[in-house]
Write a protein that binds this ligand. Structure first.
Ligand code: UDX
Length: 463
């Protein structure tokens, strides 16, 4: 394992053509970014409806800056789209960005990756130049060495590290800032499988990043795979840790998790990021990757109590929020009207995968509550799940109208700006449960009944 932080030569990579297989979150962002840096790129997507949407310059999900850049690169033809994987034949570097969804037992479903590997092997069999295959899909350690490499070799009848190269290059981008994160990665990890060389990938990145090139760390393929899981599990653990502290603070008068997090974040050994207590982490990565790591550990007979605890704390955390609501109303929510502000798993995205709203809303409905919901972007997606069981509102004021309790579940900037007046004016009983800690407790406690994660509320203290 070693670091490289000198500039790499991009000579000889001038006309390099690249293919990206899988136009999901990672693949589309990468393809659009490479094309915007004048790399001729082919994006492969076999889902016809996604492909049709993309061809109309519409990303299938919202991401800041993505749509205008997609429009530009399609117009300039630096990005071409296809549903035919054999189109990768005209490219020398192929990025694999297909999904690895979770199975019911939490383990990773590799079907898409293995199918794509077989197709790529078919191309390698005919290749006259040495192709570089880059694995960006998140796969558990040893998958590339023990599954992907053998497929590529056996289906092509060629040798990895001699006839083609295979490199694991994990992705660390976040939804909501995917384009920025892709433009400015904090580190580039390249895990070389077998005797593969990552030189072509380093040269490609040198060309697209120029002076902005991040430090490159070269490892073996399995270490690179482990880095991705360790990275995500560590961040998830930080969140579950601060949520555990929040749950203690909730029962200790005079303590506030926000101040605790701020103070410990000043310790350079801890750092301030990912210490925001809330209703639990969601999204397409943390829940899936932590589950996959737990399943992987159990498969190889390694006990992993810390990772399991991270997962368990997170599974319980949404119910810390529903408990505040249920306790407030003495058990039954029959006939209570509850407004939910925020449905997406975090702000600046319309993604609702593993969003806490999808756990909290059914729990409240089950207890007889009537739900009104608002989100700046995600109501359309939530409607597909709850249909007419809840009411969808275009404005915060409309959502609050006549309700007995309001629960804030996503940290959208527009909720941060809310003043007590809007709750007092529109709600039947102005009770606010701030599961994201977006409001100022001093101001809100002085005006209405305010409850929050990680803080014993004045209202409950006096009850
Ligand atoms: C994450 C990783 O950050 C990224 O590196 C990886 O490539 C993909 O997974 P993402 O899922 O887009 O990115 O969102 P992130 O900003 O990490 O938030 C994940 C979840 O944790 C969200 O539900 C968020 O609300 C929650 N979170 C985050 C907290 O509850 N508290 C925090 O302090 C930070």
């Amino acid at each position: 394992m070693f670091y490289i932080d000198e500039p790499w030569s991009s000579e000889g990579e001038g006309n390099l053509r690249v293919s990206v297989v899988g136009m999901g979150f990672v693949g589309l962002t990468l393809a659009v970014f490479l094309a915007s840096r004048k790399i001729r790129t082919i994006g492969i997507e076999t889902n016809r409806s996604t492909l049709d949407t993309l061809r109309r310059s519409q990303p299938p999900f919202y991401e800041k800056d993505l749509e205008p850049t997609l429009k530009k690169v399609l117009k300039s033809k630096m990005l071409e789209l296809s549903d035919d994987i054999s189109d990768i034949a005209s490219t020398e570097v192929t990025f694999v960005c297909v999904g690895t969804p979770a199975r019911a037992d939490g383990s990773m479903d590799l079907a898409a990756v293995t199918n794509v590997a077989k197709s790529i092997a078919g191309m390698i069999a005919k290749d006259t130049e040495r192709r570089l295959v880059v694995i960006k899909s998140t796969v558990v350690p040893t998958t590339t060495d023990n599954t992907i490499m053998p497929i590529l070799e056996s289906f092509s009848n060629k040798k990895c590290g001699k006839d083609f190269d295979l490199v694991v290059n994990p992705e660390f981008l976040r939804e909501g800032s995917a384009m920025d994160d892709t433009r400015k990665p904090h580190l580039i990890v390249m895990g070389e499988a077998g005797n593969s060389s990552s030189k072509k990938l380093r040269n490609l990145y040198a060309r697209v990043y120029g002076k902005q090139m991040a430090k490159v760390m070269i490892t073996g393929a399995s270490t690179a795979e482990m880095i991705k899981y360790a990275n995500n599990s560590f961040l998830a653990t930080k969140i579950s840790f601060i949520n555990s502290i929040a749950n203690i603070c909730k029962h200790v008068p005079g303590t506030d998790v926000e101040q605790v997090a701020e103070a410990i974040g000043h310790d350079p050994r801890i750092g301030p990021l990912f210490l925001k207590a809330g209703p639990g982490y969601g999204g397409s990565c943390f829940p899936k990757d932590v589950s996959a790591l737990v399943a992987f550990c159990s498969k190889i007979n390694v006990d992993s109590p810390l990772i399991k605890a991270t997962q368990e704390v997170n599974m319980r955390q949404p119910y810390e929020v529903t408990r505040i609501v249920i306790d407030r109303f003495g058990g039954s929510l029959e006939g209570k009207k509850i407004s939910i502000l925020g449905l997406s798993f975090k702000k600046d995205t319309d993604d609702i995968r593993e969003a806490v709203s999808l756990k909290i809303i059914p729990e409240l409905l089950k207890r007889g509550a009537r739900i009104r919901a608002h989100d700046p972007m995600a109501t359309g997606r939530v409607k597909e799940i709850f249909g007419d069981d809840i009411t969808y509102c275009d404005s915060v004021a409309g959502c609050l109208d006549g309700t007995d309790c309001c629960v804030i579940l996503t940290e959208w900037d527009e909720y941060r700006k809310l003043k007590p007046g809007i709750f007092l004016e529109h709600m039947n009983t102005p009770i606010v449960i701030d599961a994201r800690r977006v409001l100022n407790p001093q101001i809100f406690e002085a005006s209405l009944e305010y409850h929050a994660i990680g803080r014993k509320s004045k209202a409950s203290a006096s009850r």
